[in-house]
Design a protein around this ligand. Structure first.
Ligand code: ADP
Length: 450
């Protein structure tokens, strides 16, 4: 087992990893940028090393500085969290060539699954359903127009290297396809240094349903059931829950087995997420595989009782999964809401700055994952998420009641947050009745502002 690990991340996920490591008896080393000197992850770790200035390229994305910190601190392994370098196969390769274990899957499976075009082709070979679309990447306009006419508009143009909703454009006709293709390519080139794009049918009334998988380096791999992340804004998740409230048992089995099939075909180990879109008939189509721990992992932890972060660490150290598929049970219903420092009344404009009062809720059925506290200054340089509030109760209705109560208790001032928006969504008739799709929140917000 490892005796010391470095966490190459910040914010709530760094805190989450430090807690998991400490409970396993592993020492932790935090890294931080000058903007994060006051962050809770710096205080909670056994040791903290400043790696540079606030710009991510100078700190959390700077591989040489992170490796130097790891060497100075003499760590056995690095946990990358999510975002930043978590899905960077080159970083995983550098870690391992420096004899530092990368807490994640193999470089080969990261490369294979991280390329969405290659991933889709692997899915097709393994009879995992995918949305109709281009066979591989699309490089010129004529080819794009032909694919779009074959599958029918609307279509979505997506970046092969995509992530965080970047490099995506929806096209409803030839004209918007031409324009969208150029924009998507430019955005993908800028964000990922790779302009490769592909096209698929744009599913209008879909739900986002994803399957958590967890594997070890001895060929064992299980699923931890699904999460529903249909409540999104601009392809960014706002609310995540498990189980998916509209999925019947036969389709659940089919979906989870497909996810396991794909992960096994990629020789996957560690924690991963296989993301699908699901239509009203519960037909599902693969979107992508995320080769890391997800923001929304806590709902699965509460539902199944499996500690995903600890298991990631154990399997990275070469241990076998301590359970088989038959041991994984689920109980009740869990829902997470993301609390971001943005103003929902003003186009979700970021609201960085000092939090004078941070008073999170507690009580039965409530979990709060956060790095924030009273006096904490939210830096303007990073993702705006300041906390995750998660409720776990025997039924969905009870989990929603707990979230309503917890959101009413949650006091954050003076900065604006998504707390009032979540309080409203927890009373929204369509959300309560499960009558939503991935565009629901955007339609709701548009109607409010018009
Ligand atoms: P990223 O890696 O950038 O997050 P994803 O492939 O996971 O990209 O897609 C993010 C979101 O984009 C999905 O949750 C969904 O809302 C939307 N999306 C992606 N593909 C489609 C599609 N074929 N039809 C409709 N919406 C889609």
């Amino acid at each position: 087992m490892f005796s010391r690990i470095l966490i190459a991340n910040r914010g709530e996920i760094a805190v989450r990893i430090i807690r998991a490591a400490r409970e396993l008896g592993i020492e932790t080393v935090a890294v931080y940028s000058t903007a994060d000197k006051e962050s809770a992850h710096v205080r909670l770790a056994d040791q903290a090393i400043c790696i540079g200035s606030p710009a991510p390229a100078d700190s959390y994305l700077n591989i040489p500085r992170i490796i130097s910190a790891a060497e100075v601190a003499n760590v056995d392994a690095i946990h990358p969290g999510y975002g930043f370098l978590a899905e960077n196969a080159h970083f995983a390769e550098v870690c391992r060539s420096c004899r530092i274990e990368f807490i994640g899957p193999s470089v080969e499976s990261m490369k294979l699954l991280g390329d969405k075009v290659a991933c889709k082709q692997l899915a097709i070979r393994n009879k995992v359903p995918t949305a109709p679309g281009s066979k591989g990447s699309v490089s010129d306009e004529d080819q794009a127009l032909k694919v779009a006419r074959d599958i029918g508009y609307p279509v979505i143009i997506k970046a092969a290297a995509g992530g965080g909703g970047r490099g995506m454009r929806v096209a409803h006709n030839d004209i918007s396809l031409r324009a969208g293709m150029l924009q998507a390519m430019a955005e993908a080139e800028g964000a990922f240094g790779d302009a490769t794009i592909y096209i698929e049918k744009f599913l209008e009334k879909a739900r986002h349903v994803e399957v958590q998988v967890l594997g070890d380096q001895h060929g064992n791999l299980v699923h931890l059931f699904e999460r529903d992340c249909t409540m999104q804004r601009r392809h960014q998740k706002l609310i995540e829950e498990t189980p998916c409230p509209v999925l019947d048992e036969d389709h659940r089995q089919e979906l989870c087995k497909a996810a396991v099939r794909l992960a096994k075909a990629a020789g996957y180990f560690s924690a991963g997420t296989v993301e699908f879109l699901m239509d009203a008939q519960q037909r599902f189509y693969l979107m992508e595989v995320n080769t890391r721990v997800q923001v929304e992992h806590p709902v699965t932890e509460l539902l199944t009782g499996v500690d995903i972060v600890k298991t990631q660490i154990l399997v990275a150290a070469g241990e076998k999964l301590p359970f088989g598929q038959g041991d994984i049970m689920w109980d009740g219903h869990a829902i997470e809401v993301r609390i971001n420092a943005v103003d929902p009344e003003n186009h979700f404009a970021p609201c960085p700055g000092r939090i004078e009062l941070f008073d999170p809720p507690g009580g039965p059925g409530v979990r709060v994952d956060t790095h924030s506290y009273s006096g904490y200054k939210v830096p303007p340089n990073y993702d705006s998420m300041i906390a995750k509030l998660i409720a776990h109760q025997p039924t969905r209705q009870q989990a929603i009641a707990t979230l309503r109560r917890a959101l009413a208790e949650f006091r954050v001032s003076p900065i604006k947050t998504t707390i009032p928006l979540h309080a409203e969504l927890m009373r929204n008739g369509s959300f309560l009745a499960n009558d939503v799709d991935i565009h629901f929140v955007e339609r709701l917000l548009e109607n409010k502002s018009s």
